[in-house]
Design a protein around this ligand. Structure first.
Ligand SMILES: Nc1ncnc2c1ncn2[C@@H]1O[C@H](COP(=O)(O)OP(=O)(O)OP(=O)(O)O)[C@@H](O)[C@H]1O
Ligand SMILES: [Mg+2]
Length: 449
């Protein structure tokens, strides 16, 4: 399932022996007529040093397979230098079943990899090639210094991260932006907004977290669980759900066969272990938890627990998000009771729902967390309730959809689309059956009329 290491990159193109040469490597730049084979070799060394750096020499999470790193850098991710090397499975957008590529991974101080590679190439030139030993020392020294400085600069994460490649180091939370996005985009979910913002802020700003952050999102269909996951991902990694550090598992797609649960457990553990060792700040989203085979999720229990590290890998910076419809009926009941008492929905507090939710989910055979040790052992940090959406929220979703298509807002059209949706319970008709999920299709229909 997980494919083998890739061929090493970066140390290719070692120069061949040059001819006799008595000038320094910079002379041909000034006097092109004096070009000797040696000059070509020297500059090829310089260029390949830079290229190799750009191709991954300085980026720990993109280090090529079998990458030869200085001994001082041979520290497996998240482990102490004495621990054995971590073999990782590289993430990327490939799904779990398609697999990724694996690579030995090393954590290196900022530009050491690049410097080491460039210097290595130059030393190779100096000592391995007989005629190179006769070089003019000043030019050679200057060239080595320039190559090292340049490759060192090029391998500085601030230079290449986000420009040439995505880096794990970019995984920082912009809490102001997250708050703004939640306020502007997510309707009718005051509890979810509050909990998620607090949880993420607390977790991401804490340099000494004791365990991975685990959020379990529950609610009726179309109430914004996937939508908020997208917002979270976008506010941690610029590439959002497309980031190679954000992984989505969909039960029906990735774990379809009940008779293969042991195999899925192994794969899941390998996948998480590999990706967290590549990037401690990895985000794992488990969609359709209610369709997950009971017991499968317990395979990841060790990763969510209070361990400093397991086999040299620390999971304490990772984020796990579970999405589920389980408990949606319980949340609706609490919200409806509130409404019947004439209270404002916004007065509803987390404590009114959280325990009902965790107990309900634990006892629900179809929740993905049925009798799960994750609940038993209090490894889920927050149960996040998503309230059923009302008519007024649906209208807001319609307005957003109209604007996203570049049309002017039209109150009649908004009302028409919202009226097209169906509402429950039968008598009161307060909550949208499908939340905001079918708004787009209903708008298509209304616009055709
Ligand atoms: N609370 C909300 N605020 C704003 N838009 C919403 C909200 N809920 C849903 N939407 C809109 O509806 C779309 C579908 O919602 P989403 O996929 O998040 O539902 P879900 O809760 O994951 O449903 P399901 O349980 O069926 O998977 C979103 O992409 C978003 O455009
Ligand atoms: Mg969903």
């Amino acid at each position: 399932m997980f494919s083998a290491n890739r061929a090493p990159r970066g140390l290719q193109g070692t120069p061949t022996a040059p001819g006799t040469c008595y000038q320094g490597p910079f002379l041909p730049v000034i006097m092109p007529g004096l070009v000797q084979p040696f000059h070509v070799v020297v500059w090829a060394g310089f260029v390949s040093g830079c290229v190799s750096t750009l191709l991954g020499g300085g980026n720990p999470s993109d280090a090529p397979a079998h990458y030869i790193s200085p001994a001082s850098c041979l520290v497996p991710a998240g482990s102490d230098p004495s621990a054995p090397e971590a073999i990782i499975v590289r993430g990327g957008r490939s799904s779990l079943l398609q697999g990724g590529s694996s690579a030995a991974r090393f954590r290196c101080p900022l530009s050491l990899n690049g410097l080491a590679m460039a210097s290595g190439l130059w030393l190779l030139l100096l000592f391995a090639l007989p005629s190179a030993r006769a070089l003019e020392p000043l030019s050679m020294g200057l060239a080595i210094a320039a190559a090292s400085a340049l490759t060192g600069f090029l391998s500085y994460p601030r230079f290449y991260c986000g420009r040439f490649t995505e880096c794990c180091e970019e995984g920082v939370l912009n809490s102001t932006a997250l708050q703004h996005a939640l306020e502007q985009k997510l309707f009718g979910q005051h509890l979810a907004k509050k909990v998620i913002l607090k949880a993420l802020k607390g977790f991401m700003n804490n340099q000494d977290t004791k365990k991975a952050l685990t959020l379990s999102l529950h609610g009726w269909t179309g109430t914004g669980k996937n939508f908020i996951s997208k917002i979270i991902a976008e506010n941690i990694y610029p590439q959002g759900l497309n980031s190679k550090f954000v992984h989505i598992f969909v039960s029906a797609m990735h774990f379809p066969h009940d008779n293969q649960v042991p195999k899925y457990k192994d794969q899941l553990q390998m996948w998480i272990r590999g990706n967290v060792s590549a990037c401690p700040r990895s985000v794992f989203i488990f969609d359709e938890m209610d369709k997950l085979h009971p017991g499968l999720i317990d395979a990841i229990k060790p990763f969510l627990d209070y361990y400093d590290e397991i086999d040299g890998v620390s999971y304490r910076k990772a984020i796990f998000i579970f999405l589920s419809n389980a408990g949606g009926d319980l949340i609706t009941k609490v919200a409806l009771d509130f409404w019947k008492k004439g209270k404002q929905r916004e007065e509803l507090q987390l404590k009114d729902v959280e325990s009902i939710l965790s107990v309900g989910v634990f006892n629900n055979k179809n929740s993905g967390l049925w009798h799960s040790s994750l609940i038993d052992k209090n490894l889920i940090d927050f149960f996040v309730p998503f309230l059923p959406l009302e008519y007024r929220h649906v209208k807001k979703c319609v307005a957003v959809e109209i604007q996203s298509r570049g049309f002017e807002l039209d109150e009649d059209l908004i009302t028409r689309v919202a009226d097209e949706m169906t509402y429950f319970p039968k008598e009161e008709k307060i909550y949208s059956d499908k939340g905001c999920k079918t708004v787009s299709a209903k708008l298509d229909l209304s616009m055709e009329l």
